[in-house]
Design a binder for this molecule. Structure first.
Ligand SMILES: [Zn+2]
Length: 160
């Protein structure tokens, strides 16, 4: 489309063609969760079970679904992240796994902030079932107000 001078544009539709399928969007969601963990292969305080009040930030992009006008439902994003809330996250094979009968989440790797950002990223990828155009750009997990880890696949996402 060639942009022309104002005088040559009859209607706003001529100037900004609009269709849902051309609506590439970026949405952002922030969720607070409390998570307990311990790092198994670690010499220091973090080998002991302890908890963090974590902030999780999520960036999603894609096309808006015609039905509902959403890229993704913020509530679905919240539910996926909150599934970890008030749980203990442990590495598979940690002897504690069999001793704890409260809400627990098992991971193949150490339950670090880094691996939690990957886990949440992977779970959010399931939203593609509702919207195939959806792309999880980035997940950032704050372990405390001064430290975070973020996971992304596309290099450009690090500048979001
Ligand atoms: Zn910790």
């Amino acid at each position: 489309m060639q942009l022309v001078g104002r005088g040559n544009v009859d209607k706003i539709e001529d100037f900004i063609p609009y269709e849902y399928k051309d609506s590439h969007m970026l949405i952002y969601k922030e969720v607070d969760i409390n998570v307990a963990h311990r790092i198994l292969d670690y010499n220091g305080e973090c080998e002991n079970v302890h908890g963090h009040a974590m902030k999780v930030q999520v960036w999603l992009s894609g096309e808006i679904m015609e039905k509902g006008g959403l890229l993704a439902d913020f509530k679905d994003v919240k539910d996926i992240v909150e599934d970890l809330d008030h749980s203990i996250v442990l590495k598979r094979g940690d002897p504690l796994v069999d001793c704890i009968d409260t809400k627990k989440v098992l991971m193949d790797g150490e339950p670090t902030c880094e691996n939690l950002s990957k886990l949440i990223y992977k779970r959010l990828d399931g939203l593609k079932e509702q919207n195939p155009s959806l792309n999880v750009e980035k997940v950032r997990v704050w372990e405390n107000p001064r430290s975070y880890a973020e996971f992304y696949e596309d290099e450009n996402a690090k500048y979001l």
